[in-house]
Design a protein around this ligand. Structure first.
Ligand SMILES: C[S@@+](CC[C@H](N)C(=O)[O-])C[C@H]1O[C@@H](n2cnc3c(N)ncnc32)[C@H](O)[C@@H]1O
Length: 181
């Protein structure tokens, strides 16, 4: 299964032609103190480049809830990741509240999102961000990468603080938004 073929099957779902680099990954999860994390959520793991690194850092008692809508990526994740802390779902990120509740988790400490917000319909991105805001712990962060600054305004409307970083070593280079309530 190749990332680029999934992109050509559904551009507005996949939103990228290649998996992200480790450099971008470090900008996404590198600042997290994993000793304090009980529950982390990932939106749009694709082939799992961030997922596998996050699981290496996550403490044994913590959980990770992973939302991936693309069936081929979902199957690959299920094949590659055999970890009792990881709940891999072939579901949309909009369902975060439902699955946190199922797992007896009140809130997510962090939400790591690779979703291509820019190409999503308005209603879908609004629902996803509302779900993120409603289900993020008060000291938590929603961390999102995008290839442009298009999502900046929308993220600022939903979060009280949005800090920007940039990763040049990625194809294409990407902006990382770190959003707090
Ligand atoms: C830009 S790719 C990022 C993949 C990977 N995280 C990376 O950085 O290489 C976006 C991913 O989001 C997934 N996706 C799109 N819409 C989604 C949704 N509503 N809920 C969950 N995942 C979704 C796509 O299938 C794709 O795997």
């Amino acid at each position: 299964m190749s990332f680029i073929s999934e992109f050509f099957k559904n551009k507005s779902e996949v939103g990228a032609v290649a998996p992200s680099s480790k450099f971008l990954g470090k900008k996404m999860y590198g600042g997290i103190d994993f000793s304090e994390v009980n529950c982390i959520v990932e939106f749009g793991p694709g082939t799992g480049v961030f997922t596998k690194e996050i699981l290496k850092r996550l403490k044994p008692s913590a959980c990770m809830i992973i939302f991936e809508t693309n069936p081929s990526f979902y199957e690959k994740l299920k094949q590659d990741i055999d970890d009792p802390r990881a709940l891999i779902l072939n579901e949309s990120a909009e369902k975060i509240g439902e699955y946190l509740k199922n797992q007896n988790q009140e809130k997510a400490d962090f939400i790591i999102s690779s979703l291509p917000l820019t190409v999503f319909p308005k209603e879908l991105k609004e629902n996803i961000l509302k779900g993120a805001v409603d289900n993020l712990s008060k000291d938590g962060q929603y961390i999102q990468f995008q290839y442009s600054l298009n999502a900046h305004k929308l993220l600022k409307e939903n979060f009280s603080s949005v800090k920007l970083a940039f990763s040049l070593i990625n194809m294409p280079p990407a902006f990382v938004y770190k959003c707090s309530l």
